[in-house]
Design a protein around this ligand. Structure first.
Ligand code: ADP
Ligand code: MG
Length: 307
């Protein structure tokens, strides 16, 4: 279970006059996500979705609030007062917040992240990309602590091939990302994420760069792979950031609608339509309409301010 409590993120920025300014990217976001669900974070661009997702992943520390995964803290909020700063330095010396997460707070959380761009390493073949992820996971001391068995070289390669096969890339194992189409590259990113058999997969606009038909196919593949893990009794939780209303509604158990910047939760909509779903389902269409109306309202409000 993922529990985010009053998450806030404030960036200090220097403006063109050289003066310090601040920007609140995420404001007071609290949400609890049970295991095995697909949840979409939906909102206009710039509303802090990626920032929130990176905080969930422990790639950024929040300035307010806490994230717990299965009761364990993800990252400590950065110190705000002088007193907190001193205590924080004493505890961590000069290690960065991210490094603290990796080296100090074992065992780490079982998360894989898929980014919108640069999802795979261009200088490695498809197979090498997946093998690399597995080797990293293998080397992490925390997973030995967690009771996971270390894999042998041969086993790593077999596993990588198994997951490439799962996403339909078995024949492209020895190709480089530049030789793959956009959709295939995203499949490779998915294979890499799945290969480490994480409990949680975080995806940041994973299908934004591919054409509409490929996108629908990838969505269905994602659902199929997610459904397979549900059968194993160890269901993976997927949190997906998107600005595509249809994608959010079609895929999710719950759609979390963010407000325009600073990002806070505007509405949470449960989608209880049974799977497999038809894209033309009337209930899905109705939810779609409702969300669009919400966005329309936000846009109109914005226009009013500018008068
Ligand atoms: N490292 C940073 N420093 C300063 N501002 C940032 C930083 N990262 C993001 N922002 C700002 O925070 C806001 C939210 O960004 P982001 O989370 O990327 O939005 P989204 O993913 O919803 O498009 C934006 O206004 C962006 O400019
Ligand atoms: Mg983003």
């Amino acid at each position: 279970m993922i529990e985010a409590k009053s998450i806030g993120k404030f960036f200090s920025v220097v403006n063109e006059k050289g003066l310090a300014e601040g920007l609140t990217a995420v404001l007071n976001v609290s949400i609890t996500i049970p295991d095995g669900k697909i949840v979409s974070l939906l909102g206009p661009s710039g509303c802090g979705k990626s920032t929130f997702l990176e905080i969930l992943a422990g790639l950024q520390a929040p300035t307010d609030g806490t994230i717990h995964i299965d009761g364990k803290l993800v990252l400590e909020p950065l110190p705000a007062t002088r007193k907190e700063q001193i205590a924080y330095r004493r505890r961590y010396r000069f290690i960065s917040p991210l490094a603290n997460g990796v080296f100090r707070d074992r065992p780490k959380h079982d998360i894989a992240m898929i980014f919108q761009d640069y999802a795979v390493f261009p200088w490695m073949t498809a197979l090498q990309n997946v093998v690399f992820a597995l080797k990293l996971r293998n080397a992490a001391p925390s997973f030995a602590v967690g009771g996971a068995v270390k894999l042998k070289k041969r086993e790593i390669e077999d596993k990588a091939l198994y997951y490439l096969h799962k996403v339909g890339l078995a024949a492209s194992a020895y190709k480089y990302p530049s030789q793959l189409s956009g959709g295939m590259r995203q499949r490779l990113a998915l294979a890499r994420a799945l290969s480490v058999e994480p409990k949680i997969i975080l995806m940041d606009e994973p299908f934004a760069a591919v054409d509409a038909l490929t996108r629908e196919k990838l969505q269905d593949e994602l659902l199929r792979l997610w459904d397979e893990t549900a059968g194993t009794g160890n269901p993976v939780t997927i949190i997906l950031v998107t600005h595509d209303v249809q994608e959010a509604v079609y895929l999710s158990d719950e759609v979390v609608v963010f407000s325009p910047s600073p990002g806070s939760i505007r509405n949470r909509i449960l989608v209880s339509v049974k799977r497999p779903r038809a894209r033309t389902d009337a209930e899905l269409a109705e939810i779609h309409e409702r969300i669009l109306a919400m966005f329309q309202y936000d846009i109109n409000q914005e226009a009013d301010y500018s008068i």
